[in-house]
Design a protein around this ligand. Structure first.
Ligand code: ZN
Ligand code: ZN
Length: 551
């Protein structure tokens, strides 16, 4: 074991003990050991016990622990602290600028146990209420945590697409005559990605562009180069002759199971334009997002491909938070922004009273917000704000207010935010009960998952979708790139049951509204047409539909 590794073991021990609020003197001595041992030039593994004990600041206890490490490769005390600390918390301690004191606060006060959960809490401005945190700390932490996650090999679609599009744009500017496109999983808009794939329609690697040169591409196979961006996002570059562009774009875009299903019946000719492949096969073109498996091939063969939803089909912002609960902009700001972005309506859905951690609305504050919305609606017409709430689904499946208050809302989104550790039967029953509540309009983020960090409770999706169909309840596709919940793979079944899907940004700020884009991408993967999307309805049709539930 190297001195560096030994020193780091003491640093980790000091951090874990501080996290568990142990004796500060002991912690200090381990911190000092870290500093001393790190600087030591003579290898500890070759020193005698006496020599080790003679090092300044190393007493009998630390000397013993060094022996343990040298002899067995581990230290019992350290293992003990590791065992009682969740893995995600240990990981947080490795994030730059995030010391044990702050980790302890988010762990204890927010109950957050993984970096993904923490990023989501930041997204909801939950750290602002904590002692020792402010807007600046929160922002810096968001940066550090995203960086840490990015370097862990898997990425949210939303974390990569900006960088990917900028790369393509730069390259296209440098090579105006050459075809350049995203390809692979990012072109299919997969929810999580391993990196960025780019196809270039020339056989030699372009150079001369500063941004591009930092990728440091190296040959990884015929016509394939690999490298990474300055912040360590893997980039794969595929090269091809212009006359092969269509074929290469097709073969690098489709998932293996899609390509297998396709080639079982059709050949892939060498063509310059991708659509030619479909035309020659006698099929309608399958959108890149749907090239995941044999399902879309079957639909194409039956000439039954849906006319997919596009972002500009979305007419209303459904599911948004304001300063009444955990958003950072006021109702007026959220409404003005939605209107300026070209939307016709906003469904304001702050948290309900049980969500104390999110400043959920008491009955009094609900009424105050309704008065404010009435006033704003007079000012902003024909733009319309609907009075909504994101009601917690309580542990028994009931909603979070008495009936006379529930009646006052125009739109109710019912969501689970607590008691997430349920088995499949319990979770399904709890949600079915909420769906059966006559006041529920939309089931919010059905599984509670956070992509790359929390699985979400297991659900009997069929039973949930059947219950939504039976009770005229729409299902949210939560458009946050951390959630994308309902998973797109359940959209076909929801369509079969004629259940509306609502693409909801769950915006906690004005800018959060733009997450709708990610929801649309995911919805397209599941084959959602605009005609089955609840918030593709205009304000009048939306109002009629939700009122029907109240009659
Ligand atoms: Zn929610
Ligand atoms: Zn929400």
């Amino acid at each position: 074991m190297t001195n560096k590794a030994i020193a780091q073991a003491f640093q980790e021990l000091a951090n874990l003990m501080e996290l568990h609020q142990e004796n500060p003197f002991k912690i200090r001595s381990y911190q000092n050991a870290y500093i001393t041992l790190r600087k030591l030039t003579e290898p500890l593994s070759e020193m005698s016990v006496e020599d080790i004990s003679a090092i300044k600041g190393v007493g009998a206890a630390i000397s013993g622990k060094i022996q343990e490490l040298v002899q067995f490769g581990k230290m019992e005390t350290l293992e003990k602290y590791r065992a009682k600390t969740p893995e995600g918390i240990q990981e947080m301690l490795m994030v730059k600028g995030f010391g044990p004191k702050k980790v302890q606060v988010v762990w204890q006060d927010l109950g957050v146990e993984s970096i993904g959960e923490l990023l989501y809490a930041i997204n909801e401005n939950r750290l602002l209420e904590l002692k020792g945190f402010g807007a600046k700390t929160q922002e810096e932490l968001r940066r550090q945590l995203s960086y840490f996650q990015r370097t862990k090999h898997q990425f949210h679609y939303g974390a990569l697409i900006g960088t990917a599009e900028a790369l393509v744009r730069d390259l296209q500017e440098a090579l105006p005559e050459t075809l350049v496109s995203l390809t692979g999983a990012i072109r299919r808009c997969d929810n999580v990605l391993d990196g960025i794939d780019i196809l270039i329609g020339q056989e030699t690697l372009p150079a001369g562009n500063a941004q591009w040169d930092t990728l440091q591409l190296t040959l990884a196979g015929e016509g394939t180069w690999k490298g990474s961006t300055a912040d360590e996002i893997p980039v794969t570059v595929h090269l091809c002759a212009p006359e092969q562009w269509g074929s290469r774009l097709f073969t690098t875009t489709g998932s293996p199971s899609f390509l297998q299903a396709f080639t079982q019946e059709f050949s892939i000719p060498t063509v310059a334009v991708e659509d030619e492949i479909f035309r020659l096969a006698g099929l309608p073109a399958i959108a890149p997002e749907m090239r995941e498996d044999d399902w879309s091939v079957a639909l194409a063969k039956a000439h039954n491909l849906p006319a997919l939803l596009v972002e500009k089909d979305i007419r209303g912002v459904v599911h948004a938070h304001s300063t009444y609960s955990d958003g950072i902009h006021t109702v007026a700001e959220m409404a003005a922004y939605s209107r300026a972005q070209g939307f016709d309506y906003l469904v304001m859905t702050d948290h309900s009273q049980a969500a104390f951690y999110a400043n959920g609305l008491s009955v009094e504050r609900v009424l105050a917000q309704h008065a404010e919305i009435d006033q704003l609606n007079r000012e902003l017409a024909p733009f319309r704000i609907f009075k909504g709430i994101e009601s917690d689904i309580l542990s028994d499946g009931s909603l979070d207010y008495e009936e006379e208050i529930l009646q006052q809302f125009e739109v109710i989104i019912a969501s689970v935010h607590s008691g997430l550790k349920m088995d499949r039967e319990k979770a399904t029953q709890r949600i079915v009960r909420a769906v059966e509540n006559p006041y529920t309009h939309i089931l919010g983020h059905p599984t509670g998952r956070l992509l790359l960090s929390r699985e979400g409770y297991p659900l009997d999706h069929r039973r949930i979708i059947d219950a939504c169909a039976a009770n005229g309840v729409a299902i949210e596709l939560n458009a946050s790139p951390y959630r994308l919940d309902l998973d797109w793979s359940w959209i076909p079944y929801a369509l079969e049951k004629e259940v509306w899907i609502s693409i909801n940004p769950d915006a906690h700020s004005r800018e959060g509204i733009h997450d709708i884009r990610f929801g649309v991408c995911s919805a397209r993967k599941g084959g959602l047409p605009a005609a089955s999307c609840l918030n593709a309805l205009d304000a009048a049709a939306f109002a009629t539909l939700i009122q029907r539930k109240r009659q």
